[in-house]
Design a protein around this ligand. Sequence first.
Ligand code: UGA
Ligand code: MN
Length: 251
Amino acid sequence: PTIYVITPTYARLVQKAELTRLSHTFLLVPQLHWIVVEDSPHRTGLVSEFLSHSGLAFTHLHVATPHERKLQEGDPSWLKPRGAEQRNEGLRWLRENIRSQEGGVIYFADDDNTYSLQLFEEMRWTQRVSVWPVGLVGGMRYERPIVEQGHVVRFHTGWRPSRPFPLDMAGFAVSLRLVLANPEARFDGDAPMGFLESSFLQSLVTMEELEPKADLCTKVLVWHTRTEKPKMKREEAMQKQGLGSDPAVEV
Ligand code: UGA
Ligand code: MN
């Protein structure tokens, strides 16, 4: 089965670096189709050029997060969910363009996380929804589903374990068939903090139905890494002296 990876992405200094790193992982994964959804009112030149030279099978989409749902400069990062509209746009494209007979798996891969190649082989045979641990997330070494007698019975997480699915976005994959059979399943951009994943998964499965991967959820194969925002102090100072860098050089 093909793995359809949906990645929301937005313009910022580290965007091309993130996409480069991610694409080099995906190039090593057989039968992967990358659905890149820009948080933008149009497809940008940077991402278009990047994708056309990436060597990957891809679909390039875009949808701007409405102003009232977008984080503003200075807002704490947890205030509003990020990437919800973009993931929904990826789902819309799949529902309109892919037939269920083909089989397939959908994975939501943020552009800043770190993914092992083994993760993709774990998720490839997902029947409904598969799950696994995520490293370096939620203020913990890892979060994970707890498996007893082959079934997920609860979750190891430090924060509101009573959420319907206290999982990070990086911790699950869903079958294309299940998504096509549930046309109303989508991410709720108004979901309270920590409930974005639950808003989608709730209409698809129950906890008992989750398929534990990565050695019964004992192995960390994906890490919720975050990239530091680069400092531009010198850049600004040099610009003031008329010694600014060439804007024609893409970073
Ligand atoms: C955590 C989760 O890992 C995310 O899956 C979840 O969407 C997010 O929290 C949330 O609360 O909404 P975190 O590292 O805090 O992740 O989020 P980011 O990596 O900053 O953003 C998630 C994705 O959305 C990234 O692929 C990013 O490029 C994209 N994004 C972010 C946008 O498309 N637009 C934005 O304005 C910000
Ligand atoms: Mn992130």
